[in-house]
Ligand binder design. Sequence first.
Ligand SMILES: C[S@@+](CC[C@H](N)C(=O)[O-])C[C@H]1O[C@@H](n2cnc3c(N)ncnc32)[C@H](O)[C@@H]1O
Length: 221
Amino acid sequence: MTRETWTAVDVYVSELLAPHDEALAAALESSEEAGLPPIQISPPQGKLLYLLVKLLGAASILEFGTLGGYSTIWLARALPEGGNLITIEADPRNGEVAGRNIARAGLDGVVDLRLGPALDLLPRLAAEGVGPFDLTFIDADKVHSPEYFTWALERSHPGSLIVCDNVVRDGALIDLSNEDPAIQAQRRLHEMIAAEPRVEATTIQTVGVKGHDGFNIARVA
Ligand SMILES: C[S@@+](CC[C@H](N)C(=O)[O-])C[C@H]1O[C@@H](n2cnc3c(N)ncnc32)[C@H](O)[C@@H]1O
C-alpha cells in the first residue's frame, strides 16, 4: 500500500462519513488563504474526536493547539447544551483566523480561545480553577506533549480521556537513534504513560492523508 492509496481511502471515507458542512469547509479555506500550514487533523480523525466526545458524554474539553480551529469545531459541535471547550494557541495570527472560524461555526459561545504559549498560560488557568476536563486533546508543540499530559491528568477525573496526536511520526517513535526532541518527547510520553498507574492507554497507528502517524488514547482509571 502506498501513501496514494491511504489518501484515496481517506477521501472516500471523508466524503461518505465525515463530510464537511459550510463551517468546516470555510475553516479550511480561510486557513489556507491566511497562509496557515495545512497541519490540521484529517476529516476522519475529526469525526473520531467528535464520536469520542459523544461516547463519553463529555461536557468540558481542553485542547492544546488550535491552529485555524478545525479540530476545535469538530470537538465543540459534539458537546451537549451548556458544554464548554478551552483551546490554547500560541500564535496570535492563527488565533485570529481560528476565532473567526469558530464564530462562523456558531461556537463562539462555547469555545474559550486562549492566546499564548501553553506553558505560560497553564498556571493562569490553574489559578482560575478550570477543570476537571472530560476530554483533553493534545496537538500543539510536540516537544511538550508529556508536560501537557501531566497537567491534563491532574485536571481529569475517573473516566476522563486524554488524546495525544502525532505520537508515531512515520515510525520514528521507535528509532532510538533519532535525536529530534519532538520524537524523543513521544518516547518520553509513552514511558511516562506506561509507568502511570492512574491511566489505561494505547496507541493506534493511523495512515491517511497525513501519512503514517498515530494517536495515543489514555483513560483515567
Ligand atoms: C498541529 S497544529 C494544531 C492543529 C489543530 N489541532 C487542528 O487539528 O485543527 C499545532 C498548533 O499548536 C500551536 N502551538 C505551537 N506551540 C505552541 C505552544 N507552546 N502553546 C500553544 N500552542 C502552540 C501552533 O501554533 C499550531 O497552531
